[in-house]
Design a protein. Structure first.
Length: 397
């Protein structure tokens, strides 16, 4: 997750913002046509002054949050994508974060198809390169979030998703590869890494990962449950819940290569199963402790209740198989989730879209398909509008 200040700078901007030389003096009160403003913002991305480009990107993000810019994307898709990539390659940390967010919004606006595939193909290498330099948490988190979003939308082949997941995994384990920054990621960055990795795992066939990968993942996320950062512990706990939702203990063990001796093969299978059982029991004990934590472990008290609730849900799932069911009211219609995979997708996209979440859930066909959600339409005169606002109800079954 982004730090609060950085998140604000990425996901929102002043609606009254005017870029240098964009508005003729004396007519600032006149409403500028949104397409004209977007064209001006796009032109401003060619400016040499970094602050001008940052303001332009912030205005583009605001426009893409407030409404779906299909017509603008149809005309200026390639230009916007390549200018954002230039910002990622050459801009300040703030500009990189803004450009990353704009690219993610571009992918969500286009939805699956040729454009989303082009975004993924064009962006993976520049994002991977940008992750090597200047380890500012805001920049790194925005790049990771962007990588997850564009892969979620444009990754039509399992290999594409696996490649992005591997980039995330190597960021968490710098010694495993030479193509990532060697410095140890901050808790904020690791939290985003875990969230992004889990988000992409929701799109994978559980059988696609080999047993060693499953075991490494469980072991790593288990170690994160002992960290001091509560948000990191929550992300790791949800990742573990997703892993156990996707696979049985037998899947995590895999098939033993036959030795020709049935007694030896049976012994190998038994040892593997005992090891995985041990991992799950360790996780279960950690989850039980975190679900009842009295405080003192972790600095942010405001996150304590969130941690307890999350780990109570995880405990219910690991012990009894119950998954949390969420019902969220959007425009008078309910958006429902009943699996860990759906909940992780909802939380990730809600965090990424920020103030634009309700609007996109109302108008974005891609998100309708992801969540099997049909918005309620209210007719007013010759046009229909969808009422905003959202309300969350949590219940468990």
């Amino acid at each position: 997750m982004l730090d609060s200040d950085d998140a604000d700078s990425v996901s929102s901007s002043s609606s009254s913002m005017r870029l240098d030389n964009m508005i003729v003096p004396g007519i600032e009160e006149v409403q500028v046509d949104k397409d004209v403003l977007l064209d001006q913002c796009l032109d401003a991305l060619y400016e040499k002054r970094g602050s001008t480009r940052e303001k332009a990107l912030a205005s583009i993000i605001e426009a893409f949050n407030n409404s779906l810019q299909h017509e603008f994307v149809e005309k200026k898709f390639a230009t916007l994508l390549h200018q954002c990539l230039n910002s990622i390659k050459k801009g300040s940390a703030k500009e990189v974060a803004l450009a990353s967010h704009a690219i993610g919004l571009l992918a969500i606006t286009t939805g699956p198809g040729e454009k989303a595939q082009e975004i993924l193909e064009e962006c993976v290498s520049p994002i991977s390169e940008a992750l090597k330099t200047r380890p500012e948490s805001s920049k790194i988190s925005a790049l990771l979030e962007c990588l997850a979003v564009i892969t979620f939308v444009g990754g039509e082949e399992p290999e594409q998703t696996e490649k992005s997941m591997q980039i995330l995994w190597q960021m968490a384990h710098p010694k495993l590869g030479s193509n990532v920054a060697a410095s140890k990621p901050s808790p904020t960055v690791i939290t985003m890494l875990v969230s992004a990795w889990s988000f992409l795992l929701t799109t994978m066939d559980g059988w696609a990962l080999n047993p060693k990968s499953w075991q490494e993942s469980i072991s790593y996320f288990s170690t994160l449950l002992d960290k001091d950062d509560r948000l990191l512990r929550i992300a790791a706990g949800e990742a573990l819940a997703l892993i156990f939702e996707m696979g049985s203990l037998e899947k995590f063990c895999g098939e033993t290569k036959s030795s020709g001796d049935p007694s030896i093969d049976e012994g190998n299978d038994s040892r593997k199963l005992m090891y995985v059982h041990g991992l799950k029991n360790k996780v279960l004990n950690q989850v039980r402790e975190l679900s009842a934590e009295a405080g003192g472990k972790g600095s942010a008290k405001k996150d304590l209740n969130s941690q307890r609730n999350t780990f109570r849900d995880i405990l219910d799932f690991l012990e009894d198989g119950y998954t949390p069911e969420i019902s969220m009211k959007i425009g008078g219609e309910s958006l429902n989730t009943s699996t860990w995979a759906q909940l992780i997708q909802l939380n990730f996209l809600k965090h990424f879209l920020g103030g634009g979440f309700v609007k996109h859930m109302q108008d974005n066909q891609f998100l309708h398909d992801v969540f099997a959600f049909t918005p309620k339409k209210k007719f007013l005169g010759a046009e229909y509008r969808m009422s905003g606002g959202e309300k969350v109800y949590g219940y468990y079954g």
